[in-house]
Design a protein around this ligand. Structure first.
Ligand code: GLA
Length: 350
């Protein structure tokens, strides 16, 4: 039994998912593939091609225990399925992936969704694609212990490479938004990983929850700009990012559907400024990477994508130029900063 699932790049709508707002991710061509062989007992053995010399990580269903490694996502999935009362048997699992790890492109969601697809097929589990996303999120929240939203899992389970997934994370209603012919999307990975990324993410999440509570709201999705004045300064800035970012997602859908790419580019730039100044999840070298990208001809706009504190930027550029502008951006930034960027070009227009 084989299955696969893609990584994702979020075009816009950052740190809105756990505020019950809007997101607009796209699948990238890089995927995680799994080969699953059911066993007669309740043992699981898992190998990854990334560590070919390692012995398999092994455990018994029902006796999962976190190890701090990649297989925690596999254990998290079997625990979450058991909690949801799905019947599984043991299995051998082989994982191979070309989704970059630590680049903010959701390698962990790709692993969870690929595994869930394989398990659904192997054990005829009555799970729809949205259910797969929910179970994946549960695995990461409850077992791995990372308080992430549903963005990455919905994107890996449902997004296409040529149509973005416009998702309302409150209702989980979604629709595909095909990208216009004139647009290319490129991704440049800064190569920077922030040691405290998970801790800082948790802090931002708590700040948003606190702001919503002070405003008497269930989530910042329901806040308006005018109402934010009552908040203390830091929380006001955090909430302002969420409120303006939700509005930018709705505008970005309109810009894409109108084929107005300069408008889309302006929204990317404004989103980055908001993540930098109000939400404080960027880093100076990433700000510079965005500036260098926006200095390239043919780039409509660029922004930090994903959780922040390192990771990748996403560029919207004229069709046919993604490869060249991404390479030029990476080279110019590397020369200036001594950084080691990597280029991913997930999508080229027809
Ligand atoms: C990470 C999380 C997502 C989302 C983004 C920020 O990628 O996994 O749930 O919160 O950060 O938009």
């Amino acid at each position: 039994m084989t299955a696969d699932a893609p990584g994702r790049v979020n075009l816009i709508g950052e740190h809105t998912d756990y505020n019950e707002g809007f997101v607009l991710p796209l699948a990238i061509p890089q995927r995680t593939r799994v080969e699953l062989t059911p066993r007669d007992d309740r043992r699981v053995r898992a190998w990854t091609q990334a560590r070919p010399a390692d012995p398999p990580v092994a455990w018994k269903l029902g006796a999962e225990a976190p190890t701090g490694g990649w297989a925690d996502y596999v254990q998290g999935v079997t625990v979450a399925l058991a909690r949801e009362r799905h019947q599984l048997g043991g299995f051998d699992l082989r994982v191979a992936s070309d989704v970059p790890v630590g680049a903010g492109l959701s390698s962990s969601a790709a692993l969870c969704v690929a595994l869930l697809r394989a398990l659904r097929a192997a054990y005829a589990l009555p799970l729809g694609d949205v259910d797969l996303a929910r179970v994946g999120q549960m695995a990461e929240n409850d077992f791995v212990g990372a308080p992430v939203g549903i963005l990455d899992f919905m994107a890996s389970s449902l997004a296409g490479e040529r149509a973005a997934l416009f998702l309302d994370t409150r209702s989980l209603a979604w629709r595909a938004v095909p990208l216009p012919d004139g647009l290319d999307i490129a991704v440049v990975d800064s190569g920077i990983t922030h040691a405290h990324a998970t801790g800082d993410y948790r802090v931002r999440r708590a700040e948003c929850a606190q702001a919503a509570q002070l405003l008497g709201l269930r989530a910042l999705r329901d806040a308006t700009l005018d109402a934010l004045d009552v908040l203390p300064p830091t929380l006001r800035r955090r909430a302002r990012h969420v409120v303006t970012e939700d509005a930018r997602v709705l505008e970005a859908v309109r810009a894409i559907e109108a084929g107005d790419l300069p408008w889309l580019g302006r929204l990317f730039s404004a989103s980055h400024a908001s993540m930098r100044d109000d939400f404080a999840v960027s880093l100076p070298p990433i700000d510079r990477l965005v500036e260098v990208a926006e200095e390239q001809p043919d780039v409509f706009g660029a922004r930090l994508t994903g959780g922040g504190f390192g990771g990748s930027i996403v560029l919207a550029c004229r069709a046919g130029t993604a490869e060249a502008v991404a390479a030029a951006t990476a080279a110019a930034w590397a020369a200036e900063t001594g950084g080691a960027p990597r280029v991913h070009v997930p999508w080229s227009g027809p």
